[in-house]
Design a protein. Structure first.
Length: 110
């Protein structure tokens, strides 16, 4: 993955969390939490802001990071920078938030 892709991981499912998303500043530190019992998204990774769920890591990316994030102890939760997407991102894909995995403290699995 190139650096530009690592800095632009989309948060999906955000429409269900619209009220929470509207309260967020334009950038924040997100906490990533694996949801092994999620029936709708296999290998789901929830994105939290201030302990509230605001969406999920895009499934095509989450499948590679699910295992490493799931095995982390709670006190070593995985965190990363999050920022509001550009208007062009929203217009072309509906994505409103992006994550930056550049300095993520876990490596993806194959």
């Amino acid at each position: 993955m190139t650096d530009s892709i690592l800095q632009r991981i989309p948060v999906v499912g955000g429409l269900g969390y619209r009220e929470r998303l509207e309260r967020l500043p334009s950038s924040f530190i997100a906490t990533l939490v694996a949801e092994p019992d999620n029936r709708c998204l296999p290998r789901a990774i929830a994105v939290l802001a201030d302990r509230e769920k605001v969406g999920y890591v895009a499934p095509e990316i989450a499948r590679r990071y699910f295992g490493p994030i799931r095995t982390r102890p709670v006190e070593a939760a995985v965190r990363c920078a999050a920022r509001r997407a550009a208007r062009s991102d929203h217009e072309t894909s509906g994505v409103e938030w992006l994550l930056d995995f550049t300095d993520l403290p876990v490596e993806p699995s194959e």
